[in-house]
Design a protein around this ligand. Structure first.
Ligand code: SAH
Ligand code: SF4
Length: 447
């Protein structure tokens, strides 16, 4: 979501003559898009701002703006701690950036744009209308909702991104069609809880929306994130069996395996509900890859609660997971919960979760050695430019050799997997005889 928002910031400022630069020393305007999900992310913003003091000293005309969730949460406090910041703007104010930057160029200082707006269109439509939507690349994000109404007790999102709002399906389809026409092959639909898409507005279900996106010509792969387990419907589970372009991967954050802790988190499901949905997913689509998020050390979590989580991780048989130490967020109710755990206990539990998840991921990736995987090619490998890089439908990164085969970017190719690591796979282009196919001729290329 932050990547999507950063791209939007660059797009709305382009008509004013601003373009991206790779070096902050060359910049006339520096924008920090910030994350408030955990305390560490927020601390990084302030230490980074501290390091920019010198830059502003050398170039007094430099404009510095802070956007995103820390801007929303801290608003004017940012100016107290970092007076060299010129303006702050929350997640609903991206489309107002041209006006805010123009005023800052005229010398206006310390403007704060943090009002919440009332509809998805108000937040985003002007952005898309104004945007010169130059899109290059194989994959693109398309936002379908903003905000969140779930109020999990540890989470800052509803407080900094506002109430849940869905975007009309016609607008979503228009954006997907325009991206597909520009050569994008893979679309990732974004929302904090895509499973409740359209409920408030009566736009039709998320599964129906997937069906519509599936019809768009040129789109080869569809992904989405994130799914809240309490709202995962049988209709959506069935979509994995019925829509061939829908990648066989679901990120289904569980957070904890203890019913007592899940209740305190206000997640709205039990471990039994959750495991029941995992079973239904595997029944509908046996090859589905399942990933999750875990919070280690929520207030009052006992050793027994934690063991319930470890046990659930094994039962759910995740392909991979993200795990975080519980972090107090000033706006979230859990900040006042009793039974806070020490950093040491949280750290130890986090390490145990990561250890078991790495073990499982390694074993799963090792079991894929010798198999043929369909990979959507995104570009050259970052570590080794002789190799190509892409992802499987299950969202695993694959680096592979395809000597003398040009023009692979944006194509789906079969790769023979030769090595499995904890976070990726590697191999070579698959051919029936085990050799790399001949380089394309002028004629075959044109065809
Ligand atoms: N909307 C998504 C998650 C968004 S936040 C969902 O509900 O699944 C991404 C992840 O950050 C969450 O799944 C959770 O695991 C983690 N997270 C959120 N708040 C946190 C906090 N206060 N401390 C630690 N981890 C947190
Ligand atoms: Fe936060 Fe819960 Fe909403 Fe996810 S569903 S964004 S964890 S409040």
């Amino acid at each position: 979501m932050n990547v999507y928002d950063s791209e939007a910031m660059a797009r709305v400022l382009a008509p004013m003559g601003y373009e991206l630069t790779a070096h902050k020393k060359n910049a006339d305007c520096l924008l920090l898009n910030t994350c408030a999900i955990r305390a560490k992310a927020e601390q990084k913003v302030f230490s980074y701002l501290g390091r920019l003091t010198g830059l502003k000293g050398n170039n007094p005309d430099l404009l510095i703006g802070v956007g995103g969730c820390v801007a929303q949460q801290e608003a004017k406090k940012i100016f107290d701690r970092a007076p060299h910041v010129d303006f702050v703007f929350g997640p609903h104010a991206i489309n107002r950036l041209p006006e805010i930057v123009a005023q800052a160029e005229q010398g206006k200082r310390h403007a704060a744009a943090t009002e919440f707006l009332d509809s998805f269109e108000e937040i985003t439509q002007p952005l898309l209308d104004k945007a010169d939507q130059e899109q290059s690349g194989v994959s693109a994000f398309v936002t379908i909702m903003s905000g969140c109404d779930n109020y999990c007790t540890y989470c800052v999102v509803p407080h900094v991104r506002g109430r849940e709002m869905s975007r009309a399906s016609q607008a979503i389809l228009a954006e997907v069609e325009s991206l597909a026409a520009k050569g994008v092959k893979e679309i990732t639909l974004l929302g904090q809880n895509v499973n409740s898409y359209g409920n408030k507005e009566g736009f039709g279900s998320f599964a129906e929306l997937l069906g519509l996106v599936h019809e768009v010509e040129g789109v080869e792969r569809i992904r989405f994130t994130t799914s809240h387990p309490k709202d995962l419907s049988q209709e959506l589970i069935q979509a994995f069996a019925e829509l061939p372009k829908l990648c066989k991967h679901i990120h289904l954050p569980v957070q904890s395996g203890s019913n007592r802790i899940l209740k305190k988190m206000n997640r709205g499901y039990t471990r039994e509900d959750y495991l029941g949905k995992v079973c239904a997913l595997r029944e509908a689509c046996p090859e589905i890859r399942l990933t999750t998020d875990i919070i280690a050390g929520f207030p009052s979590e006992t050793e027994e609660d934690f063991q319930d989580t470890m046990d659930l991780i094994r039962q759910a048989d995740y392909d991979s997971l993200f795990a975080f130490m519980y972090s107090d967020r000033p706006l979230a109710p859990a900040v006042k919960f009793p039974g806070k755990l020490s950093e040491e206990v949280k750290g130890r539990r986090l390490a145990q979760v990561l250890e078991v998840s790495e073990e499982i991921a390694r074993a799963k990736h090792a079991a894929m050695i010798g198999s043929k995987q369909q990979v959507l090619v995104e570009g050259r490998s970052v570590q080794n430019p002789e190799q190509w890089r892409g992802r499987t439908g299950g969202h695993v990164t694959v680096n592979f050799l395809a000597p003398a085969c040009g023009g692979l970017v944006g194509k789906q190719v079969d790769v023979l997997i030769e090595n499995g690591y904890s976070n990726s796979l590697s191999g070579k282009l698959w051919t029936e005889d085990g050799d790399c196919p001949k380089p394309p001729t002028e004629e075959s290329h044109a065809a």
